[in-house]
Write a protein that binds this ligand. Sequence first.
Ligand SMILES: N[C@@H](CCC(=O)N[C@@H](CS)C(=O)NCC(=O)O)C(=O)O
Length: 243
Amino acid sequence: MIDLYSWPTSNGHKVHIMLEECGLPYRAHPVVIGKGEQFQPWFLKISPNNKTPAMIDRDGPGGKEISLFESGAILFYLAEKSGRFFPTELLKRHDCMQWLMFQMSSIGPMLGQAHVFYKYGPDHHPREKLEVGIERYVRQANRLYNVMDLHLADREWFAAGAYTIADMAVFPWLRMPSFHGVEIDGYPNVKRWRDAIAERPAVLHALEVLKSNNRFVKHSDEEWDIQFGATQFAHRDASGKIV
Ligand SMILES: N[C@@H](CCC(=O)N[C@@H](CS)C(=O)NCC(=O)O)C(=O)O
């Protein structure tokens, strides 16, 4: 059995999608990041970077338990475990991996920063203090959409000529383009690709996972502090205690 410690955000959704696509049995446990549950000692043991999602597979390789953090690593593990959504042919494997890495190193970090500066930040800081960040990350977001739009102009999927974990990794980040200052109609190939994935039954199921916790409302001051302020950046010891 797989225990997934997650939250209904883009990074959590990637793994929910893969689990639903594979039909692997799992239990999804919420880690309430707005309340700071990601800093609990038990969670830091499996996710030392205090981020969701993290996963424990009680029946890992050789029947041994394995715990993993980082959504890309989890997607790759589940692909290897299930033998699905990751090509077997070597050239195609590398193609898929480069686009998975593109998501992990560019789409997630840049769009994530755009959300902080452009969408959430103005509720907590004077806008003039955020301008450099807003300009940089909204530009980065649009630059990345352009990269993806060119790539998808003559391809149905991101890599290997098939729907893979690379598509599953990118998709959740593109559900709310307005959060990162992007007009999706300006990127028709991205829109076509995104809308095709959004219709998949497994994806629709996955977006329901932990959904009752989801809310697109302004962060309270406490939530802001925990996720983006002093509490987030406090130094901690190995047990998670602020030192
Ligand atoms: N690179 C990580 C990023 C994970 C991440 O940023 N998770 C966010 C939710 S989307 C989180 O748990 N934030 C809690 C915090 O920053 O304290 C991954 O892909 O798993």
